[in-house]
Design a binder for this molecule. Structure first.
Ligand code: G6P
Length: 612
C-alpha cells in the first residue's frame, strides 16, 4: 500500500526514482510525486499515475543525486495534487514520503496548529513532517534525533524516508509495520518498499527490521532502534530476482502474463520439493516443526482476499488427506474477535505479499497464545516469513497485476503438497494413492497449458456477457472456493457485481436474482456431487438464466443444458481447483478489457494492503 523509493549515491537520482515508482505502482496509483535534493529541492507531484507525473515533470531539468519518490494509495485525504507525497514541513526543513497510517494524527495536528502550524493537505503525513520539524527546532537536535523523537510520539504504522535540508548528505528512513528494503550498491544506497526497483542496480539487500531506523550516507549505513539503541546491520542478503520477471514481456498486461505463466510458476513451486525416485515430498521450511505438525489437533488458516480462498481449498485438502480439523479465518476478523487459540494449535498464514497488515496482526496474536505459527508466502524476505516460525515459499515469482492469479495456484500447490505430506506422515494414505497423486500434481502444468489454448473461446464468451450487471458463480466441494475466487476476479477488475456461492445454497437466496440477463457460472467437474450440480443447472435454466459451465472434457450431459461449456482435462478431484480457476481468470480478464478497465491497476485497490 503506497510505494516508496529513495536513492543516495553519485548517479542522477531522477531516472532511478521514476523507474522505481513504475515498478512499485502496483502498490497504489492514485497520485505520485518525487523530490530531489538540489539548490531548489522542489517537490513535483500530481494526481494520477506515474506516467502523469512523468508528463508533469517532462522538459524540466531535475539534477541531483539524492532523492525520494512515492506512489500513493489514499488513506487520509482524497487523491489529489495537494495530498500526494512528498510533503514538506512548514519551514522547509524536512521532506517526507510515508506508507502507513498515523492513527493519532488528529490530536497531533491540533497540537501543531496551536503552535502555529498550518496545513495544506488532509494527510496524516503532513502532520508527521511538521511534528518532526517542530521537535527539530524546539530541541535544537540533529535531524535524525528529531525524527526519532517524533516517531516516539506516533501511534500507527509507517515506512518512511526523509530528506533533511540542513543535513543534505543523508536519507533517514524508518519502519514500523510497513516494509522497507535497502539496496547496497557501490558508494550508493537504494531504498524501496520491495526489491523490484532495486534489482536492476544491485542484488545485495538488507531488510529493515520492524521498529528500526536507518541513516544512509553514500558510503555509510547506520542502523538503530527508534528509541536509539545501536543495531549491527542485518546480514546483507543476495536476492535472486530476474529483472525479466518484472516486465510484461510480449503480453499487453501483467495479469495476462501471470495467467499464462502458471504452468511455469506451479513447476517452480514444486521444483525440488517432490522426488519421484524417493517417493517423497519435502518441504524444507517445515522440517524443524514436523513433529508438532504431524500431531496437530487443529489447524487454523488465516488469509485475506485471494489468499483466504486458497486457504479454503487448503481446508478441504487437509481435512480429506490429513484428517486434521481446519478452520479458515479472515485476518481482519480473527484478530479482533477474541478467538480461542490453543497452545497446540497450528496457525498457517497465507499471503502473497507477506505484508498484509491484518495477517501480520493475526500472527502476533497466535504467537502470544503459544500456537505454532507458519507462513505460506510468495515474497521472499517479506515480513510474514520473518515473523513466523517456519513455512513454505510459493516461488511463483513477482506478481504485479493487482488481481492475484499465479499466486493463488502456487498457494494451492503448496497446500496440496502439505496435505499429502501430512497424510503420509500420519499413515493415512496408501503408498499407491500417494504416488498417483503426486504424479498427477506434476502433470498439472501440462494440463494448464491445454486450458490456456481455449483463450479465444473465453474471449468470445466474454464478448457476449461483458455488459451484464451481475454474475453468479456456483460450485460445490473443492469447486466452492473456486466459485468465490472467480467472482472476486470479476468484480476486482471489471467492476461487475459478482457473487460466489455454494451451489446448493442457491436455493436459499441467490435463485431469486436469476433472470435472462444473469450469467451463472457453474464450476462442475465430474466429482461426487456432479448429479446434484446438474440439478442446480436445470433449476437455473428453468428460470431463464444463462449458464456458463466449466466441465471436464467430453461431458455431454451439461453440454446439452448449458449455454456455453468450457472444458478442462480430468485429474484427481482434489487437484481440480488448479485447473478450473484458469478459465475463470481468463474470462474476467477479457470482460474487463472489453469494458475498457485497467486490469493491472483496478480502481481503489492495491496489491499489498499494509493498513487495516
Ligand atoms: C489485496 C490484493 C489481493 C490479495 C489480498 C491479500 O486485496 O489486491 O489480490 O489477495 O490483498 O494479499 P496477500 O498479499 O496477503 O495475499
Amino acid at each position: 500500500m503506497c510505494g516508496i523509493v529513495g536513492y543516495i549515491g553519485n548517479k542522477p537520482a531522477y531516472p532511478i526514482l521514476i523507474n522505481g515508482l513504475k515498478r512499485l505502482e502496483y502498490r497504489g496509483y492514485d497520485s505520485a510525486g518525487i523530490s530531489i535534493l538540489n539548490a531548489e529541492s522542489k517537490i513535483y507531484k500530481c494526481r494520477g499515475k506515474v506516467n502523469d507525473l512523468e508528463t508533469h515533470i517532462n522538459g524540466r531539468n531535475i539534477t541531483g543525486n539524492i532523492g525520494i519518490g512515492h506512489t500513493r494509495w489514499a488513506t487520509h485525504g482524497v487523491p489529489n495534487d495537494v495530498n500526494a507525497h512528498p510533503h514538506k514541513s512548514q519551514n522547509g526543513h524536512f521532506t517526507l514520503i510515508h506508507n502507513g497510517i498515523i492513527e493519532n494524527y488528529s490530536e497531533l495536528r491540533t497540537e501543531l496548529m496551536d503552535r502555529g502550524y498550518e496545513f495544506k493537505s488532509e494527510t496524516d503525513t503532513e502532520v508527521l513532517v511538521n511534528l518532526i520539524e517542530h521537535l527539530y527546532i524546539k530541541t535544537k537536535t540533529s535531524a535524525e534525533n528529531a525524527v526519532r523523537l517524533a516517531l516516539q510520539r506516533v501511534i500507527g504504522a509507517y515506512g518512511l524516508v526523509i530528506i533533511a535540508k540542513d543535513e543534505p548528505d543523508k536519507l533517514i528512513a524508518a519502519r514500523k509495520g510497513s516494509p522497507l528494503v535497502i539496496g547496497v550498491g557501490n558508494g550508493e544506497y537504494f531504498l524501496a518498499s520491495d526489491a523490484t526497483p532495486i534489482i536492476e542496480y544491485t542484488n545485495k539487500v538488507i531488510y529493515l527490521k520492524d521498529g528500526e531506523m536507518a541513516v544512509l550516507k553514500r558510503d555509510n549505513l547506520d542502523l538503530s532502534s527508534i528509541d536509539n539503541h545501536k543495531h549491527t546491520p542485518s546480514k546483507v542478503q543476495t536476492i535472486d530476482l530476474d529483472i525479466g520477471e518484472i516486465d510484461k514481456g510480449e503480453f499487453e498486461h501483467f495479469m495476462l502474463k501471470e495467467i499464462f505463466e502458471q504452468p511455469k510458476s506451479i513447476r517452480d513451486t514444486f521444483r525440488g520439493r517432490i522426488s519421484m525416485e524417493k517417493h517423497i515430498i519435502s518441504l524444507g521450511g517445515l522440517f524443524e516443526v514436523m513433529p508438532r505438525l504431524v500431531d496437530a489437533k487443529r489447524i487454523i488458516i488465516v488469509g485475506c482476499g485471494t489468499s483466504w480462498h486458497a486457504g479454503l481449498v487448503g481446508e478441504y485438502l487437509l481435512e480429506e488427506f490429513a484428517r486434521i480439523p481446519v478452520e479458515v479465518e479472515y485476518g481482519s476478523e480473527f484478530r479482533y474477535r477474541n478467538p480461542v487459540i490453543l497452545g497446540d494449535d497450528i496457525v498457517i498464514v497465507i499471503s502473497q505479499s507477506g505484508e498484509t497488515a491484518d495477517s501480520l496482526a493475526a500472527i502476533k496474536m497466535a504467537k502470544e497464545a503459544g500456537a505454532l505459527v507458519l507462513g505460506i508466502c510468495n515474497v521472499v524476505g517479506s515480513s510474514i516469513p520473518r515473523e513466523t516460525m517456519g513455512g513454505v515459499y510459493t516461488h511463483a515469482g513477482p506478481e504485479i497485476g493487482v488481481a492475484s492469479t499465479k499466486a493463488f495456484t502456487a498457494q494451492v500447490t503448496v497446500l496440496t503438497m502439505l496435505a499429502m505430506w501430512l497424510g503420509k506422515k500420519r499413515r493415512l494414505l496408501k503408498e499407491e494413492t500417494y504416488l498417483k497423486f503426486i504424479t498427477e500434481l506434476q502433470e498439472i502444468p501440462d494440463r494448464i497449458e491445454d486450458i490456456l489454448k481455449n483463450n479465444d473461446q473465453l474471449k468470445e464468451i466474454a464478448a457476449k456477457y461483458k455488459d451484464a450487471n451481475n454474475f453468479l458463480y456456483l460450485g460445490r466441494g473443492y469447486s466452492f472456493p473456486v466459485a468465490l475466487e472467480g467472482a472476486l476476479k470479476l468484480k476486482e477488475i471489471s467492476y461487475i457485481h459478482a457473487e460466489g456461492y455454494p451451489a446448493a445454497e442457491m436455493k436459499h437466496g441467490p435463485i431469486a436474482l436469476i433472470d435472462k440477463k444473469m450469467p451463472v457460472v457453474f464450476i462442475a467437474p465430474k466429482d461426487d456431487s456432479y448429479d446434484k450440480i446438474v440439478s442446480n443447472i436445470q433449476e437455473v435454466k428453468s428460470r431463464g438464466g444463462i449458464v456458463i459451465a466449466v466441465v471436464n472434457e467430453g461431458d455431454k450431459t451439461i453440454k446439452g443444458m448449458a449455454d456455453h461449456v468450457i472444458e478442462v482435462p480430468e485429474t484427481n478431484l482434489a487437484l481440480m481447483p488448479l485447473l478450473t480457476v484458469i478459465p475463470l481468470q481468463l474470462l474476467s480478464y477479457h470482460i474487463a478489457i472489453m469494458r475498457g478497465c485497467n486490469v493491472d491497476q483496478p480502481r481503489n485497490l492495491a496489491k499489498s494492503v499494509t493498513v487495516e
